[in-house]
Write a protein that binds this ligand. Structure first.
Ligand SMILES: [Zn+2]
Length: 253
């Protein structure tokens, strides 16, 4: 039977069975996991017009290392407006994953998101491939600032209250490499998993998207509102909002 034709409840029942029969589950997630917490994908925004340069810049250009160094005003204007959501709360997807970790079934969350909502929901083992807005460090003296502290520093460009240098979010910018340890931990977790659940990502962001090639398990679950590049590898595909799906599979009794 074609998975596309099955209704969501049937698919959720199948997912439930898979979760029941596996104890080394890894979840790999993207922006779609946080949209139900009202955090839009920043790449869907319009970017910013720079008056001094009389040019329009794309979201990807604005969140680049070049922009951070050369045009910190524009960088932080866009960053604070489109990447930081201080009031965002974990949704059912985050809560369900935290519950699975508590039950000892889920061994790791690998995420492309930078919002810190998995930890907020209670997950302990979270590999953040692109870093987190929750952590910020002075580029000179290394002083740590949490999100609220960074946001309350005066001016558009946050300056360290200890030495005056720019404070940089612990977020991987375009042109910057991923953290080696985070990458290695993510790959190891995926390689050792007996069930991989991928959700809220169309798997277009490389190199993260290539991580699934390390998976050796039998079953691969894909939960996404639209088609993904890994659809042909999936043994179970659920085209529905991830909060709804994981909520029903894990939280509903
Ligand atoms: Zn400093």
């Amino acid at each position: 039977m074609n998975n596309d034709k099955k209704n969501i409840d049937v698919a959720v029942d199948e997912l439930k069975k898979l979760i029941d029969t596996h104890n080394n589950i890894v979840f790999f997630g993207g922006a779609g996991v946080s949209t139900e917490s009202n955090i839009p994908d920043f790449r869907s925004s319009n970017g910013l017009f720079n008056e001094k340069l009389n040019r329009h810049f794309t979201p990807e250009q604005l969140v680049s290392h070049t922009f951070f160094v050369r045009y910190p005003e524009d960088f932080f204007k866009f960053y604070k407006d489109k990447l930081v959501y201080r009031d965002a709360k974990p949704n059912k997807a985050h809560i369900a994953l935290a519950e699975l970790e508590k039950q000892g079934k889920l061994k790791a969350v690998v995420t492309q998101n930078i919002d810190g909502l998995h930890q907020m929901a209670g997950n302990k083992t979270v590999y953040e491939l692109h870093g987190s807005v929750q952590r910020n460090f002075c580029t000179k003296c290394g002083k740590f600032f949490d999100l609220d502290e960074m946001m309350s520093l005066e001016g558009t460009v946050p300056k360290c209250d200890n030495c005056g240098a720019i404070v940089k979010p612990d977020v991987v910018l375009y042109e910057e490499g991923l953290d080696d340890e985070t990458v290695n931990n993510s790959i190891r977790a995926i390689a050792e998993a007996d069930l991989l659940i991928i959700g809220g990502t169309s798997l277009v962001v490389y190199p993260a998207a290539s991580f699934i090639n390390y998976y050796r398990g039998k079953d691969l679950v894909l939960i996404n509102k639209s088609e993904t590049s890994a659809d042909r590898m999936a043994t179970l595909k659920i085209n529905a909002p991830i909060g709804e799906v994981l909520g029903k599979a894990v939280l509903d009794k």
